[in-house]
Write a protein that binds this ligand. Structure first.
Ligand code: PEP
Ligand code: MG
Length: 840
C-alpha cells in the first residue's frame, strides 16, 4: 500500500500532508511520530475520496489487510481545516452476527449488543439514509432492541443488513464522500471560508472499543480551561462509551480530575490518568499548540484516538498563545500571529456569555463593541437622571447629536434608529468605549411616546430592561449573563510584544482627558486627533459658546472667547500632562456653528432667557445659521478664515498650555491640525495667524516653545493639490470619513439607509465608511502621499478617520509608507496587533 499514496497506512514516514490528506490525518501522523498509543490508521487522500464520490472505490481488501482480522473499524472525516467540518464519523464497522457472537464471549452480551446496535443505527442513518426518528420507538440496548432495529432496517431498505465488512466499509466510504460533495455541505463550509473545491480526506482507524470487560470508556482531556485559557486539566470521561459520547449533554460522564462532586478518572484509573497527562503535555510541546486529547480506555489500557486544537474564547486564545511563547514552545512572533486582531475586541469590553440564551428584539449596525444592559430611557436628560440614581440605562435616540454627549456618558449603551458606522453615536461610542448599535431599521422608534416596537410586534416602554450587543448589532430583551473585560497580564504582555514588532505607529483619537488616559493605558504612541469641538459641549461652556455665536461684533466675540480660553487651556494642559511628552495632535474647530444651537422650541426659549434676548432674535439667528448642506458648508478651515477669532483663541490656549505643561513635565511640542482644507491659500492664511499668536505668547510669557502645523486631507481637492499644500505643513493626516463622503458624494450621516441594499446587490463590496475603499479613496490617498512627499520629503503621513483602526486599512497605509495610524482608544490594541502582524 505504501506505493499507493491514495490510501496510506499512517506511519512515521508515510507521505501525508494536511493539503493532501487533511488536518486529522496529518495530526494522527504526528501522534504516531510521538510514539503515542494510536490504533492502526489508514488515511485516504482528497483524490481518493473524490474518486469514491465519482463511483471509483479504492482497493477495499488492501485497506482491510492493514488491520488485524476481525478488528472493528471507524471512519472519520479529515478536511484540510478542521473548522470546515465534514460528515459524521461512523463507528464499529465490521460488526455482524458472527462478530456479535464472538464479542458476547469476550466482552459480554451487553457490551457486544450495544456495539452492534450502535453500528446498525449509524449505518442506517449515514449510509442507507434512513430517518433517525424511525428508531425512536425502539427501547433499550438488549437483544430485543437489536432485533427490532435490524428488522426495521430490512423493512425500510428491503434488503438484509450487510454482514460483510468490505461491503460495509465501501458503503460508509461512499456515503461520506458523497455527503461532502453535496450542495448544502459545500455552501456550509464555504460560509466558513473554505474554497469551493476544498477536498475531504478520510481516516479509517481500528476501534479501541471503550465498552466491555474491565475498565472501559472514552473521553477527552485538555490542559487548559477553554474560557480563560488558564492552566487547568479539564475534560469528561464516560465509562462504557465510545467516540465523543462523554460530551453529550445527557451523558452521565464523570470528572477527569478529583472533584468533591463525584467520582473521577484520576481516582478510577490513576495510571491511565497519569499517562494521559503526560501525553497531553508532550502533544502541547511537540505540536506547539494546546490540544484536546480524544482517548479510549479498553480493559484498562489507554488509546489515543485523536488530537484536536482546544476550542477557545478570544480571551483564552491570548493566554494560550502568550503562555506557549513564555514556555519557549513558540516564538513571540508566532504568538502574535496566532491571535486574530479583531478578537481582542471581546477582551476589551464586557460580552454576553457565549452560552447565554438570547431573546432578540431587533438588529442594527454593530457600531461600538461590547454589551450593556439597562433600563430604556429616551433622552439625554433622563440618562443623566438615571445615572444620578445609579440605575444603569440604555439611551434610545432616533440619532444622536452633540447635545446628547452628556447623556451618552451617563448611559451604559446607546441604540439609534438611524445612522451608520461614522454617525455621531458610532464615533462617540467607539471613542469612549460605550457599546452602541445604530441604524436599527427593523424596530419602530417612537421617541415622543417613549416606546419601541420590536420586529415581532412586542412593545418596549421606558424603564424596560434591554441589552444591546455592540459586537453583533443585536438588541435583546432582559439581562443575559455577561463575561467581564479581561485586560490581564497575558493581554498586556502580548501588547508589549506587538509594539516591539511593529514598524508603523499607532496613536489614538482622544478628545478628553479620560480618552487620553485610556489611550495611554493601551500604550498608544500619542494622540493623532483631538477633536476640540467636543470640549465646548461641557456644561457651563455651551452657554458661553452660544454667546460667542450670537455676538454681533468681532470684539464681542473675542470677549466670549476670552472666557472660553482658560477652559481650553486647562483641557490641553491636562492632555499634555497625561500624554507625558508623547505627541498630541490638536485639530482646530471643525463643525458648523449651528450644531451648538438648540433645535427645539423649548431649547430656544431657554437660550433666549439665558442670553436675555427676545425669542424671535434667537429663532432668527438659528435660522440664519441653518445650511442646506452643513457638511459642505461653513465648517472647518472655512470658519477659521471667516471667523478667525475662534482659531486664534484655540492657538493661544494650545501655546499657553504648552508652556504650563512643559514647566513641570516633559517638554511638549504640540501639533496643530487644520481641518477641511481644499486650497493652499487657506493654509497660508491660518499659518500666518497661528505663527503670529505663537510669537505673541512667546513674547508675553518670555518662554520658548516649538510647534508643528499640519492639515487634514479630507477633501478630494486637498489630495489632488497636495504638492502645493505640503510645503506649508509638517504633517498631513488623512480624514478618511470626510474623504470617503466627498469622494463618493455620499453623505456619511444618511448612507446607512440604503447601504445594506447597495452591499447586498454588490454595488459596493462593503460599506466604504467601514472598510476603506482602496480603489477610489485609496488611490487619492496614494496620489496625495506621493505628491506631498515629493514637495516636502520629511512630511509625516497618517490616517485619522475611523478606518485607522481596521487591520485592512492599516495594511494599505503601511504599504503606502505612512508613519502612523490613529484610531479610537479602544481600538488601539487591535491596531497594534494588526500592525505587528504586518511587520512579521
Ligand atoms: C474625518 O473626516 O475622517 C475625520 C477624522 O474628521 P471627523 O470625523 O471629525 O469629520
Ligand atoms: Mg472630517
Amino acid at each position: 500500500m505504501q506505493n499507493n499514496p491514495d490510501t496510506t497506512l499512517v506511519t512515521q514516514t508515510a507521505p501525508i500532508t494536511a493539503e493532501t490528506h487533511g488536518g486529522r490525518a496529518k495530526c494522527l501522523q504526528r501522534l504516531v511520530r510521538l510514539n503515542l498509543p494510536v490504533p492502526a490508521t489508514v488515511a485516504l487522500s482528497f483524490g481518493a475520496v473524490h474518486n469514491i464520490a465519482s463511483g471509483h472505490l479504492p482497493d477495499i481488501p488492501s485497506i482491510l489487510a492493514e488491520f488485524p482480522p476481525h478488528a472493528l473499524l471507524c471512519v472519520r472525516p479529515s478536511s484540510q481545516d478542521p473548522d470546515w467540518g465534514g460528515p459524521g464519523a461512523v463507528l464499529n464497522i465490521g460488526m455482524n452476527h458472527d462478530r456479535h457472537a464472538e464479542l458476547c464471549e469476550t466482552l459480554g452480551t451487553q457490551a457486544a449488543t450495544k456495539i452492534f446496535l450502535r453500528f446498525v443505527q449509524g449505518y442506517a442513518v449515514h449510509v442507507a439514509r434512513l430517518d433517525p426518528d424511525m428508531f425512536d420507538a425502539i427501547d433499550g440496548e438488549g437483544a430485543e432492541a437489536l432485533n427490532a432495529t435490524l428488522s426495521a432496517y430490512e423493512q425500510e431498505t428491503e434488503e438484509p443488513f450487510p454482514e460483510d465488512i468490505a461491503t460495509q466499509l465501501a458503503g460508509v466510504l461512499k456515503s461520506m464522500a458523497r455527503a461532502w460533495e453535496g450542495t448544502s455541505a459545500r455552501l456550509l463550509r464555504m460560509a466558513k471560508g473554505a474554497p469551493a473545491d476544498a477536498g475531504l480526506g478520510l481516516v479509517v482507524q481500528q476501534m479501541a472499543l471503550g465498552v466491555g470487560r474491565g475498565e472501559c470508556g472514552s473521553g477527552v482531556l485538555q490542559l487548559v480551561e477553554s474560557e480563560t485559557g488558564l492552566e487547568q486539566i479539564t475534560g469528561r470521561y464516560l465509562r462504557q462509551s465510545q467516540g465523543r459520547d462523554a460530551l453529550s449533554p445527557h451523558a452521565e460522564s464523570i470528572f477527569i480530575t478529583r472533584d468533591p462532586r463525584g467520582p473521577s478518572l484520576e481516582e478510577l484509573v490513576p495510571e491511565c490518568f497519569d499517562q494521559l497527562k503526560a501525553h497531553a503535555a508532550l502533544m502541547r510541546a511537540r505540536l506547539r499548540e494546546e490540544m484536546q486529547v480524544e482517548f479510549a480506555i479498553d480493559n484498562g489500557s489507554l488509546h489515543i484516538l485523536d488530537g484536536v486544537r482546544v476550542t477557545r474564547s478570544s480571551r483564552a486564545a491570548v493566554r494560550i498563545a502568550v503562555q506557549l511563547a513564555r514556555d519557549g514552545i513558540i516564538t513571540r512572533e508566532e504568538a502574535l500571529m496566532r491571535v486574530e486582531p479583531r478578537a481582542l475586541n471581546e477582551l476589551l469590553h464586557r460580552q454576553i456569555a457565549t452560552d447565554a440564551p438570547r431573546d432578540v428584539l431587533g438588529h442594527g449596525i454593530a457600531a461600538s463593541p461590547g454589551a450593556a444592559t439597562g433600563r430604556l430611557v429616551f433622552s439625554a436628560t433622563e440618562a443623566q437622571a438615571s445615572a444620578a440614581r445609579s440605575e444603569p440605562c440604555i439611551l434610545v435616540r432616533r440619532e444622536t447629536s452633540p447635545e446628547d454627549i452628556r447623556g451618552m456618558h451617563a448611559a451604559k449603551g446607546v441604540m439609534t434608529e438611524r445612522g451608520g458606522i461614522t454617525s455621531h453615536a458610532a464615533v462617540i461610542g467607539r471613542g469612549i468605549g460605550l457599546p452602541c448599535v445604530v441604524g436599527i431599521s427593523d424596530m419602530k422608534f417612537q421617541i415622543i411616546n417613549k416606546t419601541i416596537q420590536a420586529s415581532d410586534g412586542r412593545t418596549l416602554r421606558e424603564g424596560d430592561i434591554v441589552t444591546i450587543d455592540g459586537t453583533s448589532g443585536q438588541v435583546l430583551l432582559g439581562a443575559p449573563d455577561m463575561h467581564e473585560a479581561a485586560l490581564d497580564d497575558a493581554f498586556q504582555e502580548l501588547m508589549d510584544w506587538a509594539s516591539a514588532a511593529s514598524d508603523i505607529g499607532v496613536r489614538a483619537n482622544a478628545d478628553t482627558p479620560a480618552d487620553a488616559q485610556t489611550a495611554r493605558n493601551f500604550n498608544a504612541q500619542g494622540i493623532g486627533l483631538c477633536r476640540t469641538e467636543h470640549m465646548f459641549f461641557e456644561p457651563g461652556r455651551l452657554t458661553v459658546m452660544r454667546e460667542m455665536i450670537f455676538a454681533d461684533s468681532s470684539n464681542d466675540r473675542r470677549a466670549s472667547l476670552e472666557r472660553l480660553l482658560p477652559m481650553q487651556r486647562d483641557d490641553f494642559t491636562q492632555l499634555f500632562r497625561i500624554m507625558q511628552g508623547q505627541p498630541v495632535c490638536i485639530r482646530l474647530f471643525d463643525p458648523p456653528l449651528h450644531e451648538f444651537l438648540p433645535t427645539s422650541r423649548s431649547g430656544q426659549r431657554e437660550l433666549a432667557e439665558a442670553l436675555d434676548l427676545p425669542l424671535s432674535t434667537v429663532t432668527r439667528r438659528v435660522d440664519s445659521l441653518m445650511e442646506y448642506n452643513p457638511m459642505l458648508g461653513m465648517r472647518g478651515v472655512r470658519l477659521g478664515i471667516t471667523v478667525p477669532e475662534i482659531y486664534e483663541m484655540q492657538a493661544r490656549a494650545i501655546f499657553e498650555a504648552t508652556i504650563d505643561a512643559s514647566k513641570d513635565g516633559e517638554s511638549v511640542v504640540p501639533e496643530i491640525m487644520i481641518p477641511l482644507v481644499s486650497a493652499k491659500r487657506e493654509v497660508e492664511l491660518v499659518r500666518a495667524r497661528v505663527d503670529g499668536i505663537a510669537a505673541a505668547v512667546r513674547n508675553e510669557r518670555g518662554a520658548a516653545f516649538d510647534y508643528r502645523l499640519g492639515v487634514m486631507v479630507e477633501t478630494p481637492r486637498a489630495a489632488l493639490r497636495a504638492a502645493e499644500i505640503a510645503p506649508y505643513c509638517a504633517f498631513m493626516s488623512f480624514g478618511t470619513n470626510d474623504l470617503t463622503q466627498m469622494t463618493y458624494g455620499l453623505s456619511r450621516d444618511d448612507a446607512g439607509r440604503f447601504m445594506s441594499t447597495y452591499v447586498k446587490q454588490g454595488v459596493f463590496p462593503e460599506d466604504p465608511f467601514h472598510t476603506l475603499d482602496v480603489d477610489g479613496v485609496g488611490e487619492l490617498m496614494q496620489m496625495a502621499a506621493e505628491r506631498g512627499r515629493g514637495a516636502q520629503p520629511n512630511i509625516v503621513l497618517s490616517i485619522c478617520g475611523e478606518h485607522g483602526g481596521n487591520p485592512e486599512s492599516i495594511a494599505f497605509v503601511r504599504q503606502a509608507g505612512f508613519d502612523y495610524v490613529s484610531c479610537s482608544p479602544f481600538r488601539v490594541p487591535v491596531a497594534r496587533l494588526a500592525a505587528a502582524q504586518l511587520a512579521i
